[in-house]
Design a protein around this ligand. Structure first.
Ligand code: GRF
Length: 187
């Protein structure tokens, strides 16, 4: 099997990056992680990427041409899948069009419910019975592309924001790799 070259975009802890990297060590997993991109020079995930000697690009999103810098790098590494794993910057329509290949994202709610930020607070406020995570294709509208996979759990009466986050992230670490296998139809 020829693995696809993937790039992971991060802004924070990088726990999904860790889980994807672990999965990618398996010969039957359809991707190899070739490049990490972060818009946050202090992201915890960067230290992990460095420890694992993964090629890394830290972009300054205040620069007007930062998306072109990303595109150039992505081309160099022949990336055919971009995984947004907690990347807190919205990609422009132009970037999505110019890249022209697959981009997927993991979101901490059962989309189409609770698009955007502060999902756990809103889930609790809305007295939801269930919540979970969604892995979806990225299009030009925020958190609105076609859903690949969702995983859910019932909310306990003692759950608070921290607990919901923890339970949701545990599911994300399974759902994200599962979605990638699904896209490329490997089991
Ligand atoms: C995840 O919960 C994801 O749903 C959201 O950002 C978080 C990133 O976490 N988009 P991590 O950096 O992978 O630990």
């Amino acid at each position: 099997m020829v693995k696809k070259n993937a790039c992971i975009f991060i802004s924070g802890n990088g726990s999904n990056l860790k889980s994807l990297l672990k999965n990618s060590r398996d010969n039957s997993f359809p991707i190899n992680i070739k490049l990490i991109i972060s818009n946050n020079a202090n992201a915890k995930g960067i230290f992990f990427a460095k420890k694992k000697s993964l090629p890394l690009l830290i972009v300054n999103t205040k620069k007007r041409n930062f998306e072109n810098i990303i595109l150039k790098k992505i081309k160099k590494y022949n990336i055919t899948l971009i995984c947004l794993a907690g990347y807190m910057k919205i990609l422009s329509k132009k970037f999505i069009k110019n890249y022209g290949k697959t981009i997927i994202n993991v979101h901490p709610s059962l989309l189409p419910k609770f698009k955007g930020l502060n999902t756990f607070e809103r889930v609790l406020k809305n007295n939801e019975k269930k919540t979970g995570c969604t892995v979806h294709f990225v299009n030009e509208k925020l958190d609105s592309g076609k859903i690949i996979i969702q995983r859910s759990f019932f909310i306990d009466k003692n759950d608070n924001v921290e607990k919901l986050k923890d339970k949701t992230q545990k599911l994300e670490h399974l759902a994200f790799p599962e979605a990638i296998r699904k896209i490329y139809r490997y089991n």
